[in-house]
Design a protein around this ligand. Structure first.
Ligand SMILES: NC(=O)c1ccc[n+]([C@@H]2O[C@H](COP(=O)([O-])OP(=O)(O)OC[C@H]3O[C@@H](n4cnc5c(N)ncnc54)[C@H](OP(=O)(O)O)[C@@H]3O)[C@@H](O)[C@H]2O)c1
Length: 375
């Protein structure tokens, strides 16, 4: 019997409403587990090796206090963190047919933050809305893994965490489902250098929109310009209110951050503007009593604004086929660019998540991706 180290990142302690994530306290790297890769029972499933994973904002939400209901089910204390991963299959008891899982297959989706995992075999892919309970909460862990859409590796695997993965799908779904974009209109994208925001900017330019975008550093401002933003500004040095007053009015607002930016967007929206409410990362670690109170909500009806709450999982069945037909083609034509910020080593994953969630966000350009192992 040969035992191989199987390090993991464990969710150790829930975060209260105002708590910032502390690596080593809320999530902990544990190097002690081992695994016998040749003999570990697969129980009808398959064994995977994790190549990459992504620290993402939704992980903070899953670590919230048990009393708080939200879109995603609570993470389990003591269990490995479950997040977006890219894996390769090492052994499988379900090889050899169309729905099977074959040795050497690359798969992406949701799984444990650990080096090796015995995965259950699930016939077909779970619907993101299957297992939904009570009413607006989704059981994320039911989603599992699926083969990567491009098994030949035409793109770097890290792109499956940015343009070709969740952020790209989210941007495409929200823009197509709710944008009603018309050439020449103006969109404002907050957190425009994030995984989601950077794809929104590029989709909007592809549709002939004028794009205003904000992020938290001058390097990100340059990056947003390089992918097509017409007006890009650093919200730490230029208030959103001043920028929208100068460059508005808006036909579409893509909200990744929440808080006071919503008030400015309402103020500078045209009548019948569309608001795509994708995230509120500026408030994920803020107690409700300290969240910004938007003061001009009466202008929502006065201006007949259309406010859309977006959840990526709601649109998979209707829009994923179009996404896979259109977005890789845009990449191949050089009209869509992906950028990831790579960190080496599973042991650095807690720190990478902390940086992403800290006040003002991560400094690195690109979607954070942790490289766990080589092929
Ligand atoms: N609705 C859905 O289905 C769905 C799906 C996926 C993601 N989302 C949401 O989309 C947004 C972007 O996600 P992503 O995965 O693309 O993110 P990401 O690439 O990981 O980037 C997150 C960025 O958020 C900004 N940020 C962090 N803390 C902040 C704070 N306190 N105040 C203001 N900005 C802060 C930072 O950039 P800057 O500060 O430089 O802008 C950071 O780089 C998030 O709100 C996320 O929750 C929603």
């Amino acid at each position: 019997m040969v035992l191989t180290p199987n390090p993991r990142v464990v969710f150790a302690k829930r975060l209260g409403p105002g708590s910032l994530l502390i690596p080593g306290e809320h999530i902990v790297y544990d190097a002690s587990p081992t695994i016998d890769l040749d003999a570990v029972p697969l129980n009808g499933g398959f064994l995977t090796k994790t190549l990459m994973l992504s620290p993402e904002p939704f992980l903070r939400e899953r670590m919230r206090d048990l009393s708080v209901q939200s879109t995603l089910t609570h993470a389990v204390v003591g269990a490995p963190v479950v997040g977006t991963v890219l894996v390769v299959v090492l052994r499988s008891e379900k090889e050899g047919n169309d729905t099977g899982v074959n040795v050497g297959d690359h798969m992406s989706g949701l799984s444990h933050w650990e080096a090796y995992t015995v995965q259950p075999y699930v016939e077909g892919r779970a619907d993101l809305n299957a297992g939904t309970y009570p009413d607006w909460t989704v059981d994320l862990e039911a989603f599992g893994l699926a083969p990567v859409p491009d098994p030949h590796g035409a793109y770097p695997w890290s792109h499956y965490f940015s343009v070709l993965g969740g952020p790209g799908l989210t941007a495409f779904f929200g823009f197509e489902a709710y944008g009603d974009a018309k050439k020449g209109e103006t969109i404002y994208v907050s957190s425009g250098a994030s995984g989601v925001g950077s794809v929104v900017i590029q989709l909007a330019k592809e549709k002939g929109l004028r794009v205003i975008a904000s992020a938290g550093s001058d390097a990100k401002v340059e990056y947003m310009r390089s992918i097509g933003a017409d007006i890009a500004f650093n919200y730490k040095t230029t208030p959103v209110e001043a920028a929208l007053k100068e460059h508005g009015p808006l036909d579409i607002y893509w909200d990744n951050v929440g808080g006071a930016s919503i008030e400015s967007a309402i103020e500078h929206a045209r009548a019948r503007a569309r608001f795509i409410m994708c995230g509120s990362i500026s408030e994920y670690s803020t107690p409700p009593s300290e969240c910004y109170g938007v003061k001009n909500t009466s202008k929502i009806f006065k201006k007949r604004l259309q406010i859309h709450g977006l959840f990526v999982g709601d649109h998979v069945a209707a829009l994923a086929p179009r996404f896979y037909a259109e977005v890789p083609a845009l990449m191949a034509q050089g009209k869509m660019h992906a950028r990831e910020a790579l960190t080496e080593g599973l042991e650095n994953a807690p720190e990478a998540l902390m940086k992403l969630l800290q006040e003002g966000g991560a400094e690195e350009l690109g979607k954070p991706v942790v490289v766990v192992a080589k092929e």
